[in-house]
Ligand binder design. Structure first.
Ligand SMILES: NC(=O)c1ccc[n+]([C@@H]2O[C@H](COP(=O)([O-])OP(=O)(O)OC[C@H]3O[C@@H](n4cnc5c(N)ncnc54)[C@H](O)[C@@H]3O)[C@@H](O)[C@H]2O)c1
Length: 323
């Protein structure tokens, strides 16, 4: 199978490519613009791991907001599957920088789905987010819940992606599946996310900005469980008349941020110094996924507990930054 993964140097894209390359029948093509939203070294290291691992990985350093570059890549490669993960991620950054979200998440998304239609891709799978639920508190959140009132521009772009994909499925019969990821974490994780910021603050004896006194809940989901779900959904084309589906991908076990903080303090046997900050605009209070829909479709069962996952993350962090 020829699979295109956009955002392949990103956290989830990297782990997905690693897993796809374990199957000798797969050829994996990656696109990423290697932007500097966070430490570029991390992206370059992920990429060099992929290149070292397999000759069946081919990388294009391109920006998805430029359609002429993308056209050539699609024309030359006959992809069967597209997993579209490239995005400007992060809720907080979208407050100051909405344009970069528009360019990548709206225009870039359009370019990738349009070429997927032109080249008759068998299954277009794309990343959405738990943020589309906004302040909806009918926990656990089901896919059928209302998602019309996003709290951030990031969430607005992701919700728009779901609507655009629905229309492409309806008009052009393009099989599309959106995956609403819930707080994904693990080795090589994102430096702008809480677990990484906390671990880094404690290791470097720096202060941590703690919003809303840590009185938030997040449905922390380990990266291997997320990758398992993406790979499981690849052969499962939507079976409805309009070939479109959307699934929550979470652990369905929300954790209090303060408790995560205490867990990390125990692991390092050290207190973290805190700057207390007010609740940030755009942040939701709690996420909690109902995962019955994905569980039925692909027999999805999160395997890694928060305790195990956090230990794996810390082990990776300590090794990676030892150098
Ligand atoms: N990690 C999470 O907890 C989480 C939760 C919900 C949704 N998501 C979504 O999952 C996807 C992957 O997230 P991630 O955590 O791996 O993020 P990430 O930032 O690590 O990866 C995204 C990658 O896309 C690349 N990219 C950004 N703009 C691009 C452009 N214009 N052209 C080409 N490449 C571009 C970046 O360089 C980056 O390597 C994103 O769509 C994100 O919105 C992630």
């Amino acid at each position: 199978m020829k699979i295109l993964v956009t955002g392949c140097a990103g956290f989830i894209g990297y782990h997905l490519c690693l897993k796809l390359l374990e199957n000798p029948k797969n050829h994996v093509f990656g696109i990423d613009n290697l932007n500097k939203y966070y430490d570029l070294k991390l992206k370059k290291d992920r990429l060099s791991n992929l290149k070292k691992l397999s000759k069946k990985f081919r990388f294009y350093k391109k920006d998805i907001s430029n359609i002429s570059d993308l056209k050539k890549i699609f024309k030359n490669n006959n992809f069967n599957i597209v997993v579209h993960l490239a995005a400007q991620a992060g809720v907080r950054y979208s407050i100051q920088n909405p344009r970069s979200y528009f360019e990548t998440n709206m225009l870039g998304f359009f370019n990738v789905i349009e070429l997927s239609k032109v080249h008759k891709i068998k299954h277009f799978i794309f990343a959405s987010t738990s943020s589309v639920y906004g302040s909806n508190n009918n926990f656990p959140l089901k896919e059928s819940e209302n998602t019309d009132t996003p709290l951030s521009f990031y969430a607005a772009t992701k919700k728009s992606n779901e609507i655009m994909a629905y229309a492409y499925s309806n008009i052009y019969n393009l099989p599309c599946t959106g995956l609403r990821f819930f707080t994904v974490y693990g080795p090589y994780g994102r430096p702008d996310m809480f677990l990484y910021l906390l671990t880094s603050a404690i290791k470097r004896s720096k202060r941590l900005n703690l919003f809303n006194k840590g009185n938030h809940y997040r449905d922390f989901t380990y990266i291997d469980d997320v990758v398992g779900a993406i790979i499981g959904i690849i052969p499962k084309l939507p079976s409805s008349k309009v070939p479109f589906s959307v699934y929550n991908i979470g652990s369905s076990s929300p954790k209090n941020i303060k408790n995560i903080l205490k867990m990390i303090e125990r692991i390092f046997n050290k207190r973290v110094r805190i700057n207390l900050k007010n609740i940030q605009k755009g942040d939701v209070f709690k996420t909690h996924a109902d995962i019955s829909k994905i569980s039925k479709r692909i027999n999805f069962k999160p395997k890694i507990s928060a305790k195990e996952g956090i230990n794996r993350f810390v082990k990776w962090y300590n090794q990676y930054y030892k150098k």
